[in-house]
Write a protein that binds this ligand. Structure first.
Ligand SMILES: Cc1cc2nc3c(=O)[nH]c(=O)nc-3n(C[C@H](O)[C@H](O)[C@H](O)COP(=O)(O)O)c2cc1C
Length: 217
């Protein structure tokens, strides 16, 4: 909990304002801040506390450029046409949706310019079940929240997985390790703001699917 009078916005404000920050400055980020983000990541739970996670911190411009070409291909050829042909997410205005698409396009064009990437990975056989990723995404969310708390922007991206083999080869992953995201991190060009989500009434039920959730009910 934030102490009265401190500048710490407090956990709930951090959660409510951790949105995807896709426009980043190329300015370097001190290693100490990256270390704090990684420390937050490894506080997350993992199945059996096995901690099979591995985190690749990528700063090398050539490596980022090579991987970014695959990310951009996935956006240009697959994701962008699909989003542009589709409707905004429920409750999202056409204007907000089009701003999101513009920001996503910007990220696809500039992802290699983010000063630091964190690539969260899991060691072990590829897991095609519903458990896939369940021991790494809690760490990812901790890192997104930590970046926000430190005034750094980040986005959870997965588009590189369309070219998983190519990107993992150029990042030097061994056969038994797999990447689950790329988090481009840097100082944000825009401001943090509240996330846009459906109201609880649309997504929460009580006791039985479909029954409205009402406080005190
Ligand atoms: C599993 C997952 C994959 C995502 N992959 C991408 C991605 O590849 N590129 C991207 O720009 N955003 C990606 N996002 C970010 C979402 O688009 C974003 O979180 C969502 O639109 C809500 O916006 P907000 O984070 O600004 O609140 C991903 C998010 C999740 C949870």
């Amino acid at each position: 909990m934030a102490e009265a009078g401190s500048n710490d916005p407090g956990l709930f404000v951090i959660i409510q304002t951790t949105r995807s920050m896709r426009r980043l400055k190329p300015d370097p980020v001190p290693d100490e801040l990256i270390r704090q983000i990684l420390e937050a990541g490894v506080c997350a739970p993992s199945g059996g506390n096995m901690q099979r996670w591995r985190f690749l911190v990528v700063k090398d411009p050539e490596t980022k450029k090579s991987a970014a070409a695959y990310y951009k291909r996935a956006w240009d050829e697959q994701a962008a046409p699909r989003y542009r042909a589709g409707a905004p997410a429920p409750g999202v205005s056409a204007e907000r949706f089009s701003r999101m698409l513009a920001a996503a396009q910007h990220l696809a064009d500039h992802i290699h310019e983010a000063p630091v990437w964190i690539v969260p990975c899991l060691e072990g056989a590829a897991n095609p079940t519903r458990w896939a990723g369940s021991s790494i995404y809690p760490a990812v969310q901790n890192m997104l929240l930590a970046a926000r708390a430190l005034g750094l922007g980040a986005t959870l991206t997965t588009l590189h997985l369309n070219f998983e083999k190519e990107v993992e080869a150029l990042l030097g992953l061994p056969q038994d390790a797999h990447s689950y995201a790329i988090l481009p991190i840097g100082y944000p060009l825009g401001r943090f703001g509240p996330v846009g989500r459906k109201p609880l009434g649309d997504v929460v039920y009580r006791d039985r699917w479909g029954q409205p959730f009402a406080e005190g009910g």
